[in-house]
Design a protein around this ligand. Structure first.
Ligand code: KE4
Length: 430
């Protein structure tokens, strides 16, 4: 596989952009080698600047549930372009997108549009703190909610001590208000809540974790969290930036039947353009300026180009809920094929899948939280990644990310993945 031009561009990029990328994961640091510079994407495929074509199982880290540039999104964007791009004034499109989000997401009666998942989650935390008049929050080790200071925190010395910054620039003052619990361990949450009575404003969680690789909630875990929040006057925040519209029209909260107090969204709701959102009950959301005192704002929030793309995607989802059956069929076909490949080499690696998001962990232990995920063999993953890449399969460039299947992926492409993986496993394990 030729990467001459990608390599050249990467060297140039590193002169002007830290690490040559505008988001760290893209730099291939976890797998080594040169990141491919993508020239175009169409359907299930991407083409890099050296002319290599790949079947894309990253889908821009989740947004492209219909593949790259589906016609109905492209036409919508072109149509909107004729009217201009951004006005800093209300438009009809943002009302329609807000209306549709409120209609489809069980927990959302009112929603504020922003430009990224991070803006959504950071604003949700500010709102929860204001609503409860409390300052502390609980997040889970291994869950990622964007780069807001309060989230860039690791567990302190003991499970019950407050967090410590895990990035320079995050102050001890900020980190001390964040507690870290263990995913799928309700007792770890309970202990922190009991240690800090009436001080926890919010518990934020990825209802299906995607940022340690895919880790589903254990049976009853989300409901127990919800019950604890209700009993303790804590707001439950479902970060559905990945799972929103990925797992069902109503996201993970529809799939698991657990309704949070606030939901954050991103990725799919922008149809490939920058849109984030956070929403919940009216009594909470009306605390936001200008109706309430909680300030939050954004120049390009709700801009008609991005919102039109998101609106086209959500309208399609609303009118065609059968897409989730197709996604489930293709994803289960892939899961089956991977399991057969593993068994043919006597490997019992762990594959976690919910709907069209999945991760093959190169570890034989069950993966239910960050600690167990970290037992994966990341060196082996890096080798697997590059061998698959050389054969035209573009996987997440980290063991601890989710891979995605889109509506554009065909059954033949799934079969090609399985066949290619078998060849790679032969090289790795024979
Ligand atoms: P953004 O600010 O990157 O739009 O969203 C932050 C975010 C919030 N919540 C969840 C559950 C997320 O997964 C993310 C961002 N996801 C990562 C990859 N898993 C984005 C990729 C990147 O950082 O480049």
């Amino acid at each position: 596989m030729k990467v001459d031009y990608s390599s050249k561009l990467f060297e140039q990029a590193k002169n002007y952009i830290p690490g040559g990328v505008n988001s760290p994961v893209r730099a291939f640091r976890a797998v080594g080698g040169t990141p491919i510079f993508v020239k175009r994407g169409l359907g299930s495929r991407i083409l890099d600047v050296d002319g290599n074509e790949f079947i894309d199982f990253v889908c821009s880290w989740g947004p492209h549930i219909f593949g790259h540039l589906p016609k109905f999104v492209k036409n919508t964007i072109i149509e909107q372009l004729e009217n201009g791009t951004s006005f800093g004034a209300p438009t009809i499109q943002e009302v329609r997108l807000a209306q549709l989000i409120c209609e489809l997401v069980p927990s959302i009666e009112m929603v504020r549009l922003v430009n990224s998942g991070t803006e959504a989650t950071m604003s949700a935390i500010r709102l929860a703190r204001a609503y409860t008049s409390r300052e502390k929050i609980i997040k889970f080790a291994g869950c990622y909610h964007g780069h807001f200071d309060a989230f860039l925190v690791s567990a302190g010395s003991g499970a019950l001590t407050f967090g410590v910054p895990n990035s320079p620039g995050v102050t001890v003052g900020v980190a001390k208000d964040t507690y870290i619990a263990r995913y799928n361990d309700i007792d770890s949450v309970y202990r922190i809540v009991k240690e800090n009575p009436n001080q926890i404003a919010a518990i934020i969680i990825e209802p299906v974790a995607g940022n340690m690789g895919v880790v589903p909630p254990k049976e009853g875990f989300l409901q127990k969290l919800k019950d604890m929040c209700t009993d303790e006057g804590i707001l439950l925040v479902f970060d559905e930036v990945i799972t929103g519209f990925r797992l069902a029209p109503g996201g993970a909260q529809e799939l698991y039947g657990v309704v949070p107090d606030i939901t954050t969204l991103g990725k799919i709701i922008g149809g490939g353009l920058p849109v984030g959102a956070f929403g919940g009950r009216k009594e909470i959301m009306e605390l936001l300026a200008p109706t309430g005192p909680v300030y939050q704002a954004g120049t390009l929030s709700g801009n008609p180009i991005a919102v039109s793309a998101g609106l086209a995607v959500l309208k399609f989802i609303k009118e065609n809920p059968s897409i989730y059956k197709s996604l489930e069929f293709k994803a289960s076909l892939l899961e089956e094929g991977i399991k057969v490949n593993l068994s043919r080499f006597g490997k019992r690696f762990t594959l976690n899948r919910i709907g069209s998001m999945l991760t093959l962990f190169f570890t034989e232990n069950e993966v239910t939280d960050l600690e167990s995920a970290l037992k994966s063999d990341t060196v082996l993953y890096a080798s697997y990644f590059h061998k698959m890449l050389d054969r035209g399969i573009y996987l997440p460039c980290s063991q601890f990310e989710a891979m995605f299947i889109s509506y554009a992926h065909t059954e033949d492409e799934i079969k090609f993945f399985v066949k290619t993986q078998f060849e790679v496993f032969k090289e790795l394990f024979q």
